[in-house]
Design a protein around this ligand. Structure first.
Ligand code: NAD
Ligand code: UD1
Length: 369
């Protein structure tokens, strides 16, 4: 028995359908729609899904990514992705995808993620993240697909809590519109589950995803000047930026700089597969922290990176960044006990793989965007 599906290409806004063969259906475990598949975490998760014999369909409007990342996922895995260029707020494109493919579950990454941008433009964030998710869930409901893995964030935990954060701790007292979109979506998903027991939902609260696939073919490619630590440090290492500004040394921590829980993006990707297995095998709604459970300060992080790149990372101590908490790391007990999730990559590997990606792609995917 063979398995066929339509691939949709966008050519000057005209959609062209082409029937392709992507393997024997008996090989395929499940068909997964990945929203935001072209993005940083989405593309790495696509690798894990394809390597585990799932059929992968991606929908992305490429507002913060490049189609090239999906080409590279295909190079890494030697397998095809069925990719649609479109916005998840557009019900027509979603209906088209659900009509053309027999989808078993959705992993929902698509969204905007900059804290700073969300403060400047909250309406865009509520529209994209919240309205986008509502639209997606409406269409899933219409096509009776009720299995969902959702990308949430550690940012939903109340800002006055003490680490390690566990899933029972209070959420919602957040410091940015971005964080509030994640909190609101979590609440919407709980209401959805309450309204219909057939839904099976896994909410994953990521801590600090870093690193890249070890091939160096895919990695994080922020537009413009990066806000996050790892992409900034790796660009300083390559001489793209002259120095890093460390946001204050006046915190009440072991060296005065903030402590975070960094997790390798391939470990994170594996966490999605475990969550997927669970929602496909039982109904429910569960929240899981995905982190390493270990905290590194900014200076410890710089030190780890210097050892890998064998050169100095220039830095200056600057002002505190608004909204930064001194210490954030995960209690990983629930993910370990219920999903069997355990990280395998340490901070050294996170730095090695980031540096490899950055050296091979100093301008990211920019020449292909
Ligand atoms: P990313 O920006 O690299 O990926 C998001 C993808 O979604 C991009 O490819 C973008 O083009 C696409 N997209 C955005 N809006 C869309 C829309 N309306 N329709 C279709 N596609 C759309 O971000 P990422 O780091 O891969 O993050 C993935 C998810 O995880 C996001 O929801 C983010 O909020 C969440 N998250 C990320 C982090 C992190 O540190 N990277 C931490 C916590 C949570
Ligand atoms: C930030 C967001 C968080 C979001 C996450 C992933 C804020 C307040 N939090 O988390 O909501 O989910 O990114 O997108 O923006 N640092 C420097 N100099 C830099 C950059 C960072 O010193 O140039 C420090 C920060 O103070 C922080 C640590 O490095 O202590 C990590 O920063 P970052 O990578 O931005 O992640 P978070 O702040 O944890």
């Amino acid at each position: 028995m063979f398995c066929f599906s339509y691939v949709t290409f966008e050519t000057d806004s005209i959609y062209v359908n082409k029937l392709i063969y992507y393997g024997e259906s008996s090989d395929i475990l499940a068909t997964i729609l990945v929203t935001g598949g072209g993005g940083y975490i989405g593309s790495h998760t696509c690798v894990e899904l394809l390597n585990s014999n799932h059929c992968v369909i991606s929908v992305d409007n490429y507002c913060n990514s490049s189609k090239e990342s999906l080409n590279r996922v295909e190079m890494i895995t030697g397998k095809k992705i069925i990719s649609y260029c479109g916005d998840i707020r557009n019900p027509d494109i979603l209906r088209k995808i659900f009509r053309e493919n027999k989808i078993d579950a959705v992993i929902h990454f698509a969204g905007l993620k900059s804290v700073k941008e969300s403060v400047l433009n909250p309406l865009e964030y509520y529209d994209n993240n919240v309205c986008g998710t509502i639209n997606l869930c409406e269409i899933m409901k219409e096509f009776l697909v009720k299995n969902l893995v959702f990308s949430s964030s550690a940012t939903v935990y109340n800002s006055d809590l003490t680490s390690p954060f566990n899933e029972e701790m209070p959420v919602g007292k957040v410091s940015s519109p971005y964080g509030r979109t994640k909190y609101v979506i979590e609440e919407i998903l709980r209401d959805l589950k309450n309204s219909d027991i057939e839904w099976s939902i896994s909410i994953l609260r990521y801590f600090n995803p870093v690193g890249a696939h070890e091939s160096g073919l895919i990695g994080e490619d922020p537009l413009g000047i990066p806000n996050n630590l790892m992409p900034f440090v790796s660009k300083v290492a390559l001489g793209i930026f002259p120095y890093l500004t460390v946001f204050s040394k006046d915190y009440n921590t072991r060296d005065g700089t903030c402590i975070r829980d960094y997790i390798h993006v391939m470990d994170l990707a594996r966490g999605h597969l475990l969550a997927l297995e669970k929602i496909l095998s039982e109904n429910g709604i569960e929240v899981y922290n995905l982190g390493s459970g270990m905290g590194y300060s900014v200076l410890e992080f710089i030190d780890a990176f210097e050892k890998i790149c064998e050169s100095k990372i220039n830095y200056k101590i600057g002002e505190k960044r608004q909204g930064d908490l001194p210490i954030v790391y995960a209690d990983t007990t629930k993910a370990r006990e219920e999903l069997g999730f355990k990280v395998i990559y340490d901070i050294k590997k996170m730095c090695v793989d980031t540096l490899n990606w950055q050296r091979k792609n100093p301008s990211g995917y920019s020449n292909t965007r």
